[in-house]
Design a protein around this ligand. Structure first.
Ligand code: P1T
Length: 379
């Protein structure tokens, strides 16, 4: 089945009791049993829920996975993956990543005896250089948030194929429409479904997909034991949104490419970062690994100061100054003081999060209105 058909149909069937085309919101915490342990597949809504089940099947189908798990947020999914580790285990992770992921790694799980090595995963040699017998997880984000760096998932998985570890890819920025990490050799793929999967800035959620039954068993154990599950309404909203993922992503790709090229013509812009531009150092790899370049564009100003970035961000009108991304409406943010504020400033500068860095989530509005808005804000 091709992607658009899967997005619309995977996991969902007309409701067996009424024929309702859309999966009902089963707002029930518990389910009747005929005799103890004899039931219709549902006992208690933290363990299984009939609105969550089709969502999890749809999530799995999108990533060409056997198993899908839905969580209450992207961070709940991250938390679940790290809880598969034990004190003494080591993690190799991308140096550029969502600030909240960096925060939970450095300020929470480091306290529990897990060691995190932050390296530039664009070079496989950097990953191999910090590999030890204790390495149990490699955490990739590609494209990264906010610098849109591209790592070669297949090359990294190939280089580590004889190691006793898991490779996980946070596929939030690419979405399953543009990239399928499990097909490239990753063991787990995770998403903040708050972003493109949700697509309308009205639901917070997370997802994990995998093919291995033992990993799936562990994930289900953690999902049920820790309980960071999404509410039935949130599952319904995600099921509805996924049906248009392919349409929205095409529009995001198209608009972001135009916005990136437009920004390159603006005299006050020093550097535009977009994997679809030939000037991007991961462009060739992105062409190979992805089926499009996505809706995220970052840029740095010639006046490389927070003040200059703030002046621009205070003036946008069609773009909204806000955290998050992946919705139909365009957003702009200042990663240094917003989404990535939990990364110390020296570290931010080391990895390239410059004071004037602005991150755009290019929506699906008429693109002329987006370029005109940026032109007036940057004037
Ligand atoms: O916000 P939440 O659904 O918990 O997802 C966390 C998360 C995980 N991974 C990536 C790549 C992300 O970008 C995020 C959340 N990011 C933002 C809120 C943001 O504005 O960048």
């Amino acid at each position: 089945m091709k992607f658009g058909t899967k997005a619309i149909h995977a996991g969902v069937e007309p409701d067996p009791t009424t024929g309702a085309i859309m999966t009902p919101i089963y707002q029930s915490t518990t389910f009747a049993q005929a005799s103890p342990g004899k039931h219709k597949g549902y006992e208690y809504a933290r363990t299984q829920n009939p609105t969550r089940k089709p969502l999890e099947a749809a999530l799995a189908a999108l990533e060409n996975a056997k198993y899908g798990f839905a969580f209450a947020s992207g961070m709940a999914a991250t938390d679940t993956i790290i809880k598969m580790l034990r004190p003494g285990d080591e993690v190799i992770c991308a140096q550029d990543m969502y600030g909240g992921t960096y925060r939970i790694f450095t300020r929470l799980f480091s306290e529990f005896g897990i060691k995190f090595h932050f390296v530039d995963t664009r070079d496989v040699a950097n990953v191999k250089a910090v590999l030890t017998p204790n390495t149990k997880l490699v955490w990739l984000e590609t494209p990264t948030n906010p610098l849109l760096e591209i790592s070669d998932v297949q090359a990294i998985c190939q280089a580590l194929k004889n190691e006793d570890l898991m490779v996980v890819v946070d596929n939030t920025f690419a979405t399953p429409y543009l990239q399928n990490p499990l097909d490239l050799g990753a063991h787990l793929v995770t998403h903040s479904s708050t972003k493109y999967l949700g697509g309308h800035s009205d639901v917070v959620g997370g997802a994990i997909m995998c093919n291995d039954s033992k990993l799936a068993e562990k994930l289900h154990f953690l999902q049920n034991s820790c309980g960071a599950v999404p509410a039935p309404l949130d599952c319904f909203l995600l099921l509805r949104s996924i049906k248009t993922l392919h349409l929205r992503m095409e529009a995001h790709n198209k608009n972001a490419a135009i916005v990136a090229k437009f920004l390159e013509t603006i005299p006050s812009v020093a550097k535009v970062i977009y994997p679809g531009l030939e000037s991007h150092n991961g462009h060739e790899l992105a062409k190979k690994q992805m089926r499009g370049f996505g809706g995220m564009v970052s840029f740095i100003l010639k006046d490389d100061s927070e003040e200059a970035a703030f002046r621009c961000l205070e003036k946008v009108k069609v773009f909204t100054l806000a955290e998050s991304l992946g919705g139909v409406e365009s957003l702009a943010c200042h990663p240094g003081t917003m989404t990535h504020a939990s990364i110390p400033v020296e570290r931010r500068l080391e990895i390239g999060i410059r004071p004037s860095l602005i991150r755009l989530s290019v929506g699906v509005e008429d693109v002329e209105d987006l370029t005109a808005d940026l032109a007036q804000a940057l004037r």
